[in-house]
Design a protein around this ligand. Structure first.
Ligand code: FCB
Length: 450
């Protein structure tokens, strides 16, 4: 059986991680531009000032994507590049970049999938209170309306937010992400609600402006898989994945996905958060739960659990010396079977894997090539699990590998290499890795080569 014939094989990137040109052509500051200048915030003081210089080299990069054979490319639009103050004045040069990028992709036969927000929040709006300001969903809607009006003739596929768990959770609770502004739980929950309202407004304005557009969401979240396939362990994993108690906030799935797909916050979460909840106005939950065409999920790993024998679950420790990636994330291919299955059961919306991939200790070898057998093995293991889900009836419509090329990995700077294309940051030379050619064959054979 294998993958469906029209399966969308893709690759993903994000604006701040690849574009560079941080101070060029009238772009406004983002919170990441500012965060990177804080001593100690990012590994060895790296910044996204130049990154992969994609802003100037996008034609070369799209030519490589064409050679790779991807059918779709997921990238993000930098809000402050096109609206330097976050609202109001449009920066025409920034807009032109995305028009030309979309055009180039279409000419290469690659469908553009644009993420509207992948963390580079306009610094000007941050100074006005950012996601805490009650106007923040309206600011986002204005930005999305401009994107839709100006790019909607070329781009028909959109994701609203990438990983709200991270930009809210790790930016305002954890310290690893911009703006690193620890705040009260009450404020966190208010920001989360505003982000969800912004999502709803964005979906509406996209549909009102671009007929036949396709819209989704790209969250992540901690998830669990059953240590064995005994029914009670499967149920334990399902329970753990969708539990919304204090231990899963703000990194869990249901707090961020139930409102969007089911129109309500999870009950156990509401109980746990009751003292800190923001007020929810009439109509808010309806606005948040706009119908979506696909449900995106970024999936890298999960934890095994088993039944505790009392209707609940307990973690099963990974074995000593368990396989892990260069960034130290465990390699758990099972997650690409179980999580899409659980998500499809709960949300009944076609699934797109919006990110999955691996950081390796890649280097250019004496033969001038980049040999990355670990990444190839990772890909095959994960994709076989995804194929199983698809064969068993989970509607999985596509897979975007993270990442098309090595890039700026947030607070870890250029220390992690997630790409299928190696980037030498001194010369900006691109070298396709062995996994690039392997993925090309996976795409060509629609997964038969796995
Ligand atoms: C995800 C992010 C993406 C990238 C990968 C490795 O959490 O969405 O930008 O950093 O992790």
């Amino acid at each position: 059986m294998g993958f469906p014939k029209d399966f969308i094989w893709g690759a993903a990137t994000a604006s701040y991680q690849i574009e560079g040109a941080a101070y060029e052509d009238g772009k406004g500051l983002s919170i990441w531009d500012v965060f990177c200048r804080r001593p100690g915030a990012v590994f060895e003081g790296h910044t996204g000032d130049v990154a992969c210089d994609h802003y100037h080299r996008f034609r070369e990069d799209v030519a490589l994507m064409k050679e790779l054979g991807i059918k779709a490319y997921r990238f993000s639009i930098s809000w402050p590049r096109i609206l330097p103050e976050g609202t109001g004045r449009i920066n025409e040069k920034g807009m032109k970049f995305y028009e030309e990028l979309a055009e180039e992709l279409l000419q290469a036969g690659i469908t553009p999938y644009a993420t509207l927000f992948h963390w580079d929040y306009p610094y000007a709006l941050y100074k006005r209170g950012g996601w805490l300001n009650p106007e923040s969903p309206i600011w986002f809607e204005e930005y999305v309306r401009i994107v839709a009006e100006r790019l909607g003739d070329k781009i028909h596929h959109f994701f609203t937010f990438n990983e709200p768990q991270c930009f809210i959770g790790m930016g305002f609770n954890g310290k690893e992400h911009a703006p690193n502004l620890p705040c009260s739980n009450q404020d966190l929950l208010q920001m989360a609600h505003n982000v969800l309202l912004a999502h709803g407004r964005a979906v509406k304005i996209l549909r009102d402006t671009i007929p036949h557009c396709m819209v989704g969401y790209a969250p992540t979240g901690s998830s669990f898989y059953p240590a064995t396939e005994k029914p009670e362990d499967i149920e334990a994993a399902r329970l753990a994945t969708f539990s919304a108690g204090k231990e899963s906030w703000p990194g869990g799935i249901p707090w961020w996905s139930d409102p969007v797909l089911l129109g309500q916050y999870p009950e156990d979460g509401l109980k746990a958060m009751k003292e800190d909840m923001p007020s929810i106005a009439p109509g808010d939950m309806e606005l948040i739960a706009q119908p979506l065409d696909f449900y995106g999920q970024n999936i890298y790993n999960s934890r095994p659990v088993e039944s505790d024998g009392n209707g609940s679950w307990r973690l099963v420790p990974l074995p000593a010396g368990y396989p892990r990636t260069a960034i130290d994330w465990p390699i758990t291919p099972e997650c690409l079977y179980w999580l899409p299955k659980f998500l499809y059961e709960r949300y009944k919306t076609p699934i797109l894997i919006t990110e999955n991939g691996m950081s390796c200790h890649d280097a250019v070898s004496l033969d001038g090539k980049v040999h990355d057998p670990n990444r190839i093995d990772f890909l095959h293991r994960y994709l076989r699990n995804l194929r199983r889900a698809s064969e068993e009836g989970v509607k999985v419509c596509g897979y975007f590998q993270w990442s098309f090329m090595d890039n700026f990995e947030w607070c870890r700077g250029y220390d992690e290499r997630f790409g299928m294309v190696y980037v030498d940051y001194t010369t900006q030379k691109r070298t396709p890795k062995d996994s690039f050619y392997d993925y090309r064959e996976i795409i060509r054979s629609n997964g038969e080569s796995l």
